[in-house]
Design a protein around this ligand. Structure first.
Ligand code: FAD
Length: 478
């Protein structure tokens, strides 16, 4: 624990229990606290909180923040803990502020086409509630069945539909945000345009819990598309798959998703699900393309055009998922791939999340493979390829200790980040900086950019108690 912060004393605990109810405060129970010590970045990135507070209302959040500010105790907001960058890890102990009990869908407003929800609503629950009223909530991280909506806001989550609908930022119209002082900001609203000063709302989106605590979210809803269709194309060369993506997107086809799986990740997913994929020995990569539209006939034509474009650009086989069951099976492979990788190696590092312009994807893939082979490690590549967003996952070689492995994986991702920046990209397309990428993040930004970011941080959080050690902080302290 840094000397800058105070430890939680029995007196502070008593104040917290008084403010939110004893049943909402966890302390002294090491097993219960441990579940809040890490996220999906992996067991290598762990730091114990001193208390977990499960808030039920905005008033609770304000009260906790006032107590934390008064006693200078760090607070780390937490959604579902599905983050892949260690952003919800309480690096300096203190309080983990859990949103799990603020999970109500407050309103679906069909006239203004918005939904208003509490921060702990599971993303897919919002999608289902919107669909039941004839709307689409277009946010679709692959963790949709676990992640919370405010976690999506705080990481500006991307996922499988960004090429058509954009990242979470595009879906957010309003936020209620509690500052470390306990004051409540009401930002944005049920409007789709605003030129009314600096957008504080957009500063909070993607700020990874470092500026304020999101306590209510107003999201944009789209009309529900009539029908979707999925096709899976196998390619002998990954570069040809990327060339096909560019052509399919440029053709103006209604592409919602365009997912890339290299052979290594596809084999892992298929063997985990015991569902073989159509392939030949030569297959190097697959594209999973989803199209959507209202007219059945038009969509069938679009699907045929997409398939032809794939075949003209090097696909060896194109498989169209004809039924709901077949579509669910191919998407199931993509969605459960992380589980397949973790089953193979609990130490596999899922933190790879670089983004480059689409034209640079082949070169980036070359770098990913070269840097892995130089280190003698296995890499599996998947990604939202139409966005240029690649997720290389690396596996711990036998005989390497977990500590050596953490250093090795971090050095590997540092090299990839450097390559991505050189190619005009960034070190994270959607998972964020968190703890895992702090050192390279700090090295990659100019002093001027960092100074502006630190000024923003000071304006929101003068004592630096919100999620300390993260962006744009002084660096990791574990
Ligand atoms: C299998 C799998 C697939 C994934 N696929 C994708 C994907 O396709 N696209 C993608 O973008 N990500 C993906 N992720 C990563 C992760 O699910 C997202 O980053 C998600 O947005 C995190 O949400 P969460 O609720 O779990 O947040 P957490 O992990 O709990 O927290 C993430 C950050 O948000 C902050 N935070 C949480 N709640 C609040 C709040 N109320 N106020 C302020 N800050 C808050 C935390 O402090 C932390 O900094 C995937 C993860 C897994 C495990």
């Amino acid at each position: 624990m840094s000397e800058r912060f105070n430890r939680i004393t029995p007196e502070i605990l008593a104040e917290l229990r008084e403010a939110v109810g004893a049943g909402n405060v966890v302390a002294e129970d090491a097993d219960a606290l441990e579940s809040y010590a890490s996220d999906e970045a992996g067991i290598m990135y762990t730091s114990m909180p001193e208390a977990v507070v499960k808030v039920e209302s905005t008033e609770h959040v304000s009260a906790v923040m006032r107590i934390a500010t008064r006693h200078c105790v760090p607070v780390t907001p937490r959604g579902a803990g599905s983050g892949l960058a260690g952003a919800a890890v309480p690096l300096r102990g203190g309080i983990v502020l859990s949103m799990e009990r603020m999970n109500r869908i407050l309103e679906i407003d069909p006239v203004n086409r918005v939904a208003v929800v509490e921060p702990g609503v599971v993303t897919n629950d919002l999608c289902k509630a919107a669909a039941a009223r004839g709307f689409l909530y277009a946010g679709y991280p692959m963790s949709t069945e676990t992640s919370f909506i405010a976690g999506n806001v705080a990481t500006n989550a991307g996922g499988g539909r960004v090429i058509r609908y954009g990242s979470t930022r595009r879906h957010i119209l309003g936020l209620e945000v509690v500052l470390p002082s306990g004051s409540v900001l009401d930002l944005g609203g049920r409007i789709r345009k605003e030129t009314w000063g600096y957008s504080l709302m957009h500063l909070v989106i993607g700020s990874e819990g470092t500026l304020g605590v999101v306590t209510r979210v107003t999201v944009n809803l789209e009309p529900l598309p009539g029908r979707t269709i999925n096709l899976l194309a196998a390619f002998a060369e990954l570069d040809s798959a990327v060339a096909a993506v560019a052509k399919v997107v440029r053709a103006g086809l209604p592409v919602v998703s365009c997912e890339l799986l290299d052979r290594v990740s596809a084999d892992m997913a298929a063997s985990h699900a015991n569902a073989p994929l159509p392939c030949q020995d030569s297959t190097d990569a697959y594209l999973l393309v989803q199209l959507e539209g209202d007219s059945e006939e038009r969509l069938d034509d679009d699907c045929e055009r997409a398939g032809t474009l794939c075949l003209d650009n090097g696909a060896t086989e194109v498989f169209v998922a004809e039924s709901r069951t077949e579509s669910a099976a191919v998407w199931g492979l993509r969605q459960n791939i992380t589980e397949a990788m973790r089953a193979r190696d609990p130490y596999c590092s899922l933190s790879g999340d670089i983004v480059v312009p689409l034209s640079a994807v082949p070169e980036m893939v070359g770098e990913i493979r070269r840097a892995a082979s130089e280190r003698g490690i296995v890499v599996a590549i998947l990604g939202h390829v139409a966005d240029g967003n690649l997720h290389p996952t690396v596996f711990k070689p036998e005989g390497m200790t977990p500590e050596e492995w953490t250093d090795c994986a971090e050095a590997y991702y540092d090299d990839l980040t450097a390559a991505a920046l050189r190619l005009g990209g960034a070190g994270s397309g959607e998972h964020g900086v968190g703890y895992v990428k702090m050192p390279i993040f700090l090295r990659s930004k100019s002093p001027e950019e960092l100074e502006i970011m630190r000024g923003i941080k000071r304006a929101f959080d003068p004592m630096g108690i919100l999620n300390p050690g993260k962006m744009p902080g002084e660096g990791p302290v574990l």
